[in-house]
Ligand binder design. Sequence first.
Ligand SMILES: Nc1ncnc2c1ncn2[C@@H]1O[C@H](COP(=O)(O)OP(=O)(O)O)[C@@H](O)[C@H]1O
Ligand SMILES: [Mg+2]
Length: 234
Amino acid sequence: MPVLSIEGLTVRLGKREILTDVALSVEAGSFVAIVGSSGSGKSTLFNVVLGLTKPRRGSVSIRGGKVRHGLSRSSAKQRSESIGVVFQAGHLLPELDPVENVVLAGLLGGLPADVAHERAKTLLASLGIESQARSVAEFSGGEQQRIAVARALINRPPLLIADEPTGSLDPANRDNVVAMLRQVPRDYDCALVVVTHDPEVAAQADQRYILERGHLLRGEDCLGTPSASSGAAV
Ligand SMILES: Nc1ncnc2c1ncn2[C@@H]1O[C@H](COP(=O)(O)OP(=O)(O)O)[C@@H](O)[C@H]1O
Ligand SMILES: [Mg+2]
């Protein structure tokens, strides 16, 4: 069973159809990149996956369970258990240290304090952040994204989604963060979906899709290469 399954998704915002009949299936252990220019609907797609925006048609399932759309307590709980989210600029709590930032997400996800602490330290160390008692504001942009990934993983979600995770980084930090991200699906047994406008980031993914005029196309479909019929990713 795929971790993420999107079928026939059509989304309207105001009078515009932003997404048209979008389908996507992502397996555990795989890294999928969705590229699209600014305004192509990448964040809209994530908002639907998160249950924050209601589609006009179609469905989103995570490990076979349909995502409920709305702001109810039950949909928030479903979201926190099944999806880890990384944003463009960390959205960490700047005065707290890395461990505190990660632990807090664990506590909000219902972990006992000792388990949250243990997991936070292990995750941060494995993602290359030594536990240091200084505020995250003092860490580099690349380090902050590692901390944000640790925070997204602490509740062991089957799905990790990242919206322009390298959008605020210089090329060196970008490469470093992408190299870290590509290990995540295997090391943490989850599916990773990254939306980005950066082709260098997409180049590292196992499969690439392009969001264009509301349609989600497989990388090779849109490049028109002969491998399209074999179903292999570009
Ligand atoms: N609430 C809204 N009402 C109408 N249009 C919206 C709304 N939110 C976003 N849009 C439009 O939807 C399109 C897709 O936005 P978005 O998903 O944020 O794109 P991306 O993340 O790819 O840059 C944009 O043209 C944006 O202006
Ligand atoms: Mg966006």
